[in-house]
Unconditional design. Structure first.
Length: 307
């Protein structure tokens, strides 16, 4: 009986972590107002600096030894930090300026479909599930309006979000989720700091107010340190295609956070979109394994951190 319980818990862990990670990312919308007046790129550099410190401390407290990345791993980590973290932030910020958050959210809602398509030859069931999740995210977010530049920046954010997962997959078996999260966050700090200096000069950093410090702290601890680890630990357990389905929970997390903080009750469209997302995830997670599966999950033992 204990073996059965353990097996079921292991199967539940990956989907639960992927769901938790994307839901937490969605809560970012609820706290973004706290830091709207803080210099954007300098603030993001501070966010990743604090997150990297937390993650590196977690590595040490976990008793994991330092693993020096190989030249190939170092290049992948640098590419991950550049695209999945630094450039992603630039694209989202510029897309929001030109097209509004609704357009960005809708385009990012296509992450499940993108990961399903690039992962190999996805099964028809997985493609159908991804399409349902995309539809749900679109309904929940709304297409919005904006300039063509907003769409181009949003597509750039989509490409970076895909890189955030795809570039990490070959790193996870040897480095583990904690190290990949810590190393990539640390590498993003100088990149965002340089962007901040170019964009804002000496005004890139200032002492935050109490509310701004709380907002940046939430981003660093919850949306970065916790969500990164959950996501990277889930990826090799369930595969990129299945994990990508949970990106549809980003607007759901934003909707719930808004309701909890009193920023507005969810509309009928919000609830309908959330229902579609849940339905698509359920369909995708029951997709059969085998030749048509886009990215089969590795056994949990294959990604255990070396000690």
């Amino acid at each position: 009986m204990s073996d059965v319980v353990t097996t079921r818990a292991a199967r539940f862990r990956g989907p639960a972590q992927a769901a938790g990670a994307m839901f937490l990312v969605g809560t970012l919308a609820g706290v973004s107002g706290l830091i709207e007046d803080y210099p954007v790129y300098g603030g993001q550099a501070l966010r990743y600096l604090l997150a990297a410190a937390i993650l590196l401390a977690a590595v040490r407290l976990s008793g994991l030894r330092f693993v020096r990345p190989s030249p190939r791993e170092a290049a992948l980590l640098a590419a991950l930090a550049l695209t999945g973290l630094a450039v992603f932030n630039v694209c989202v910020i510029e897309a929001t300026r030109h097209g509004g958050p609704a357009l960005v959210g809708t385009v990012l809602g296509t992450v499940p479909l993108a990961l399903a398509l690039i992962g190999g030859r996805p099964s028809p069931r997985m493609l159908a599930a991804a399409a349902v999740v995309v539809a749900g995210a679109t309904v929940a977010t709304g297409l919005g309006s904006g300039e063509p530049a907003g769409l181009l920046w949003s597509l750039g954010a989509l490409a970076c979000e895909v890189c955030f997962s795809v570039l990490a997959i070959p790193l996870l078996p040897r480095l583990g989720a904690l190290r990949v999260s810590a190393y990539s966050a640390a590498l993003a700090v100088p990149l965002l700091g340089a962007i901040g200096l170019l964009a804002d000069g000496s005004a890139a950093l200032r002492v935050p107010t109490g509310a701004e410090a709380a907002g940046l702290g939430y981003q660093a601890v919850v949306v970065t340190a916790v969500a990164f680890f959950l996501w990277y630990d889930a990826l090799p357990r369930i595969g990129a295609a299945a994990a990508g389905l949970f990106a549809g929970l980003i607007p759901v997390g934003a909707m719930v956070t808004g309701a909890v903080l009193g920023l507005g009750a969810p509309s009928a469209a919000d609830l309908a979109g959330a229902a579609l997302v849940v339905a698509g995830i359920a369909v995708g997670l029951t997709a059969g394994s085998g030749h048509g599966r886009a990215a089969p999950a590795r056994p949990a033992a294959a990604v255990a951190d070396p000690s």
